[in-house]
Design a binder for this molecule. Structure first.
Ligand code: SF4
Ligand code: SF4
Length: 102
């Protein structure tokens, strides 16, 4: 998920509700991880906690209005998912949302 008022992510959120294995931690430093509320981190401390496939940090309704509750500290994989890339396409397709023009 990317931010900014003009970002399609603010009316999407599909990649944040795709798989409980998606929002995992990779190269984040300890200081960043420490800023993520403990209740939003999974039991293995390996990534974000999810309710089913939906990341607990996802706020709002998918395809309508969404945001990330920990946007400034979100995992690297979340930063890497950009509107219109392959991962984005997969996630939007899963949620019945139209693919974004490249
Ligand atoms: S699926 Fe694409 S458009 Fe939707 S939040 Fe993720 S990166 Fe943004
Ligand atoms: S941490 Fe934020 S950007 Fe990453 S999956 Fe969760 S809601 Fe989406």
């Amino acid at each position: 998920m990317q931010g900014g008022n003009s970002s399609p992510c603010t009316v999407c959120g599909a990649c944040c509700a795709y798989s409980d294995e998606w929002p995992r931690f990779t190269i984040e430093d300890d200081a960043t991880l420490d800023r993520i509320p403990a209740e939003m981190v999974n039991d293995q401390l390996s990534g974000m906690r999810c309710d089913g496939v939906r990341c607990l940090a996802l706020v709002g309704q998918i395809g309508v209005a969404t945001s990330c509750a920990i946007y400034a500290d979100r995992p690297e994989v979340c930063r890497a998912c950009e509107p219109g890339d392959h991962a984005c396409d997969m996630a939007r397709e899963r949620h019945g949302l139209p693919l974004l023009a490249r």
